[in-house]
Design a protein around this ligand. Structure first.
Ligand code: NDP
Length: 493
């Protein structure tokens, strides 16, 4: 008797594999209707008299209105920071400065749930990421640099260092609280005072951080937080009282900043765009590598400067890697950022969503094969499915340009040399990933790829002790670790 052949049951992940909603409560979050500028230790109304809305990209609803700082407000903030620098902060015993910074770190931990929920509401990132990555890492940065405060003599062994004065710091919308921590913690540990401008679309956690500064009893004016758009950032960059600019954002604005401070004494660090190569060799642990690819590009909706947005797979394993990757993409849950099941939250703004859609059209017009997962998207809010492009050329725009969204461009290679050459053939040089069983291959590849950070058999690992920054159009200078404190001091003997 012949047995009837049956095909194995296929799981349709879009319909058969669902989780009950697990929304994080927002009952404990207290948002004001209106937020003022944080200058000289107090929330003050802007001289501009103007306010702008910040919305929840997951619902498109307004969360609060936020003050817009004009040139006069920027000047008041810089003057307050200078006063705090001269009269209090730079002359305080370093160990005392450290105590304040420890206090800030602990207060962030105490208010971690509140910070996580606000970060997800204002920026769109999944609560799992804001809860497990952004907020703990922000606290870790303050803890780490609190430890540096009284060890500045070891920054340049055998020499003396001193702080610079007032630092102007401008941060983007992809990691709002974490970027504020990256900027503020090393600056004030070294004895500087700061004026920080968060991005227009994500000001709320920085303003909550201002509340933490008050709670910690930080002397007035040591940290000032002014909100506004690009013009506010430009006013800060161009203010003559600023001694150092720390900027994270697009390469385009980084170049504007570099040009505008040329010929001044202002020091600067620029952490700009990226287009990282994530390289999978045939001897890699394929399932782990697939997880690494997913984490590399879909973490934080792909709004990550170091995202592994170019995937290079060795030809012999390309079919299996792409098949497994597509299967894995089908399981990713796109939706409510406050739901603990969500893997991919909301795109940060309508503009960014339009930019991503535009790039997908460009990729298709260039002849790329576009695959998107089949998941349902919420009916309101800015959402995008995870996307994978195959059949792309090294010259394709979606291979060369930073998209800053959940879009992966896949290419293949045959030899180690080819992988290195293709990985380096890009204007950026921020990060990269290599997946292989062979240690020697890791050393060869990592030493020949021009990127500030390269992960081996993992991706997107961050630690406050570890320097981060880029080459080429990805910027100059490093943040994190000893390297992160050096741009905030001058060596004088
Ligand atoms: P921008 O570089 O425009 O913004 C970064 C920060 O700089 C924001 O606070 C912004 O203010 C401020 N800013 C804007 N113009 C000026 C200026 N002339 N002088 C001083 N400060 C200024 O990035 P976008 O938010 O517009 O994002 C555009 C693209 O940049 C993204 O699609 C992505 O490719 C890239 N990007 C890269 C990031 C990275 O981490 N490397 C982070 C963010 C973006 P405001 O937001 O209020 O306009």
């Amino acid at each position: 008797m012949s047995k009837k052949k049956t095909t194995p049951a296929q799981v349709n992940f879009a319909t058969d594999w669902s989780y009950a909603p697990a929304p994080e409560s927002k009952d404990h979050v207290r948002l004001q209707n209106r937020y003022e500028l944080f200058i000289g230790g107090k929330f003050t109304t802007p001289k501009s008299g103007r306010y702008f809305d910040t919305i929840n990209p997951g619902t498109e609803k307004k969360l609060a209105e936020v003050a817009e700082a004009n040139d006069e407000d920027v000047n008041i903030a810089v003057v307050a920071a200078r006063r705090a620098y001269e009269n209090v902060w730079s002359i305080m015993p370093a160990a005392e400065r450290g105590k304040y910074i420890y206090r800030i770190a602990r207060a962030i931990q105490e208010r971690a749930r509140e910070f996580s929920v606000i970060e997800s509401m204002d920026g769109g990132k999944p609560i799992r990421e804001s809860r497990d990555v952004d907020v703990p890492l922000a606290a870790a940065h303050f803890f780490y640099y609190a430890g540096w405060a009284d060890k500045m003599d070891y920054v340049a062994p055998g020499k003396k260092v001193r702080p610079l004065g007032v630092a102007g710091q401008i941060i983007p919308w992809n990691f709002p609280l974490l970027m504020a921590a990256w900027k503020i913690a090393p600056a004030i540990a070294a004895g500087n005072t700061v004026v920080l401008k968060p991005a227009e679309t994500t000001p709320l956690t920085a303003l909550k951080l201002a509340e933490v500064m008050q709670e910690a009893g930080l002397p007035d004016g040591v940290v000032n937080i002014i909100t506004g758009a690009g013009t506010t950032g430009a006013a800060l960059v161009n203010h003559p009282g600023i001694r150092k600019i720390a900027f994270t954002g697009s390469t385009e604005v980084g170049k504007i900043i570099q040009r505008s401070i040329a010929g001044t004494e202002k020091k600067y660090t620029l952490e700009l765009g990226g287009k990282a190569a994530n390289i999978i060799f045939e001897d890699a642990a394929i399932d782990q590598a697939v997880e690494g690819i997913v984490n590399g590009i879909f973490f934080n909706q792909g709004h990550v400067c170091c995202a592994g947005s170019r995937l290079f797979v060795q030809e012999s394993v390309a079919d299996i890697v792409i098949r497994k990757l597509k299967d894995r993409m089908e399981t990713l849950i796109v939706g409510d950022p406050l739901d603990k099941n969500t893997d991919i939250g909301a795109i940060n703004s309508k503009e960014q969503l339009n930019k991503i859609r535009q790039y997908i059209k460009i990729g298709i017009n260039e002849g790329g094969e576009c695959y998107q997962s089949s998941c349902q998207l919420p009916s309101s809010g800015f959402f995008h499915r995870p996307v994978l492009f195959t059949n792309v050329a090294q010259s394709s725009r979606i291979v060369q340009e930073e998209i800053f969204g959940p879009v992966l461009a896949v290419q293949t290679f045959r030899t180690v040399e080819e992988a290195i050459e293709k990985a380096n053939n890009i204007p950026y040089g921020l990060s990269g990933g290599v997946w292989t069983d062979k240690g020697s291959k890791i050393f060869k590849v990592t030493s020949q790829i021009r990127a500030g950070v390269i992960w081996a058999n993992t991706y997107n690992k961050f630690d406050p002790t570890s320097p981060f920054g880029g080459y080429k159009e990805s910027g100059v200078g490093r943040e994190g670790g000893l390297h992160g404190v050096m741009p905030y001091v001058e060596v004088y003997s």
